[in-house]
Design a protein around this ligand. Structure first.
Ligand code: NAD
Length: 245
């Protein structure tokens, strides 16, 4: 018996990276996972299915409200329930404020924050009627501590943390929890590009001297979505090896 047997989980940005790892983790726990992404999800769906899990892919641009609502409603129509929503889709467009193009400000806010609103609203309606559900938002420690060159990204993630807390208060009475996970530096294609000097400087700023892994993040998501977290809502779980404390 897995923690998520019989449950339906939607993961935005589930085609690769942290989102794909969250999909693997929830599927291993028995959930049917829906990887919703701009990118092709064939590979992750095939991988999960080959490992004995249950998965499907859906094309989704989180900034398209009509498609987002239709996708969530279709998933609910097909499966008859919606138990877990992980808002993971996100991007960076880093630049110092004085050089930042307005379109890079807009795009980051649009995907990282508006997109969460557009996907969560239809999902929350279903979970409220169902009187159960778990929403986990993937924020970032940058939304808590700031980072030069990321005013757009930090604003979107700080906004996401405020969204998490406000929605937790709205949905708590309906037995729906809303939490955030704030990863620090996680080993991905992005951090693979760090130079040795950058890596060394980074190791001095964390208490646990290694990069985090997508599995570290997925484990925190699985805890918040799982049976042990039914009295936890409106929190931010910081998965940063002590980068921020
Ligand atoms: P990634 O780029 O590997 O994956 C992001 C996924 O989101 C991609 O599959 C992409 O196609 C999808 N996506 C982007 N825009 C979309 C849209 N408009 N609609 C639907 N899907 C869209 O990045 P990642 O490192 O796996 O990051 C996942 C999440 O974790 C993001 O929210 C990111 O901000 C957050 N995060 C990452 C790190 C890190 O170190 N990698 C640290 C802190 C927070």
């Amino acid at each position: 018996m897995g923690d998520f047997d019989g449950q339906i989980a939607v993961i935005t940005g589930g085609a690769r990276g942290i989102g794909a790892e969250i999909a693997r983790r929830l599927a291993a726990g028995g959930a049917h996972v829906v990887c919703a992404d701009l990118l092709d999800t064939t590979e992750i769906v095939a991988e999960i299915t080959a490992a004995g899990g249950s998965a499907e892919g859906r094309p989704l641009d989180v900034t398209d409200g009509e498609v987002a609502a239709a996708t969530i409603q279709e998933i609910h129509g097909t499966h008859g329930r919606l138990d877990i929503l992980v808002n993971n889709a996100g991007i960076t467009r880093d630049q110092l404020l004085v050089r930042m193009k307005p379109q890079d400000w807009d795009l980051v806010l649009k995907i990282n924050l508006d997109g969460v609103f557009l996907v969560t609203q239809p999902a929350a309606k279903i979970m409220m009627r169902q009187r159960s559900g778990r929403i986990v938002n993937i924020a970032s420690v940058v939304g808590l501590m700031g980072n030069g060159g990321q005013t757009n990204y930090a604003s979107s993630k700080a906004g996401l943390i405020g969204f998490t807390k406000a929605l937790a208060r709205e949905l708590g009475p309906r037995n729906v929890t809303v939490n955030a996970v704030a990863p620090g530096y996680i080993q991905t294609a992005m951090t693979d590009a760090l130079t040795d000097e950058q890596r060394e400087a980074l190791m001095k700023s964390v208490a646990i001297p290694r990069l985090g892994t997508a599995t570290d993040v997925a484990d925190a998501v699985a805890f918040l979505a799982g049976p042990g977290a039914s009295y936890i809502t409106g929190t931010v779980v910081n998965v940063s090896g002590g980068l921020y404390m």
